[in-house]
Design a protein around this ligand. Structure first.
Ligand code: ATP
Length: 374
């Protein structure tokens, strides 16, 4: 059953085209996570669903009703913000019951809703306190509780955990996922956090410059990005990219010429209009790169110099300079290749390494960014 339908939605701020032909159908009970670079329109899309921003053209349906012109309070949604936006002079219970009081619901109903939400969120002990007497995590629970008491059709979350410290974020992430499965409500969640997106979402929506790039399950998007943007956006550390040209196309596959990188042949690739000489980009995720000794014949492979090693305990991230490999969009200066190893490795800055990968783990992108392989 469809819970939210966004149909041909456009948003223009004075002179700025913030949302471009957004189409998305969300089923009841889905957990949708919207991600994308700063300024891509995530919050704007969330606010248009909430009714806090008007839609320039297009329509929004909630439970089959066209709510495009409805006031926020009449849409059956509740929104939880990054700043908890609690009323300081009210107790926790009063904060949580606020929406129902504004809707003139009977006191008994409000008390019951507050009690139930407090039990779900384990803040019953805090109901008589004021926000300033609570920890950050407790305040965020109150903000979520205020949304729960209204029994909305759809919960909207705008980076609700970003003010919390790392440990509390992890805990609240698990709690929100549990809450979602308990309530079975539709949730739409905006975040910058890759882990939140990968772990909480039933589907991730990747936005870029006001447009949807791809929608899909977290692992589906990770394994099969439709283009270089999605490939580079999902995953931390980011996918490594190197620019090259098509060297030959024959029965053995499509061979790519990249200075400093030998043996890049995509055997199963259908040329699909690719021609010798076309510009392409090869991408490999950091966890798919392996360091080999010189004697081990490996193909494809390239030489690199270790610049920085981060020992994280259960894994090591190695930043290496692989010039003359030409990297695309490198945001780490000369540390232009990243390797992620699920182990403690003895590399030191300055050491020379030979790096290889399996061609089956490599992606090939056309000059327009579209994924050509796998
Ligand atoms: P962030 O991750 O940084 O919060 P975002 O993806 O949520 O970014 P939005 O807040 O949706 O981005 O903004 C999208 C674009 O619209 C930005 O370029 C922003 O400058 C612009 N924008 C947002 N609100 C307004 C406004 N009221 N008037 C004009 N432009 C706006």
């Amino acid at each position: 059953m469809t819970s939210v339908e966004i149909r041909n939605v456009e948003k223009h701020y004075s002179g700025f085209h913030a949302l471009k032909n957004i189409n998305l159908t969300i089923d009841k009970g889905e957990f949708i996570v919207m991600v994308g670079p700063s300024g891509c329109g995530k919050s704007t899309l969330l606010k248009t669903i909430a009714g806090l921003e008007s839609i320039s053209s297009g329509n929004l349906f909630i439970n089959g009703q066209d709510v495009t012109k409805e006031e926020p309070g009449d849409r059956g949604i509740a929104m939880v913000f990054q700043s908890y936006a609690l009323y300081p002079h009210m107790t926790v219970a009063e904060n949580m019951g606020f929406g129902l009081r504004m809707a003139n619901r009977p006191k008994a109903e409000i008390d019951a809703a507050v009690k139930r939400a407090a039990e779900i969120l384990r803040i019953t002990e805090q109901l008589d306190k004021r926000p300033k007497q609570l920890s950050g995590g407790q305040r965020q629970r109150v903000a979520i509780g205020r949304a729960i008491t209204r029994s909305p059709e759809v919960f909207l979350f705008d980076e609700p955990l970003s003010n919390l410290d790392a440990a509390l974020r992890t805990q609240m992430r698990v709690e929100l996922s549990t809450l979602h499965s308990e309530l079975g409500s539709t949730m739409i969640y905006v975040t910058h956090d890759q882990v939140e997106a990968m772990t909480m979402a039933s589907r991730i929506v990747v936005l870029n410059r006001g447009e949807i790039e791809q929608v899909g399950s977290p692992l589906g998007l990770y394994a099969n990005p439709v283009n270089q943007f999605v490939a580079g956006f999902l995953g931390a550390p980011r996918m490594n990219f190197a620019e090259g040209k098509v060297a030959s196309i024959d029965a053995s596959g499509v061979a790519i010429a990249i200075d400093g990188l030998t043996g890049v042949v995509f055997p199963a690739l259908k040329p699909n209009g690719l021609k010798v000489g076309d510009k392409v980009t090869v991408g490999v995720r950091p966890e798919r790169l392996k360091v080999v000794s010189d004697e081990q014949a490996a193909s494809p492979s390239f030489d690199a110099t270790v610049r920085l090693v981060e020992h994280l305990g259960r894994e090591t991230v190695v930043y290496a300079d692989a010039s003359p490999l030409r990297t695309v969009g490198s945001d780490t200066g000369t540390h232009n290749v990243t390797l992620q190893m699920g182990d403690i490795v003895p590399f030191e800055a300055g050491s020379a390494v030979r790096v290889t990968f399996d061609i089956a783990d490599a992606y090939l992108f056309g000059s327009d960014g579209a994924t050509l392989s796998p």
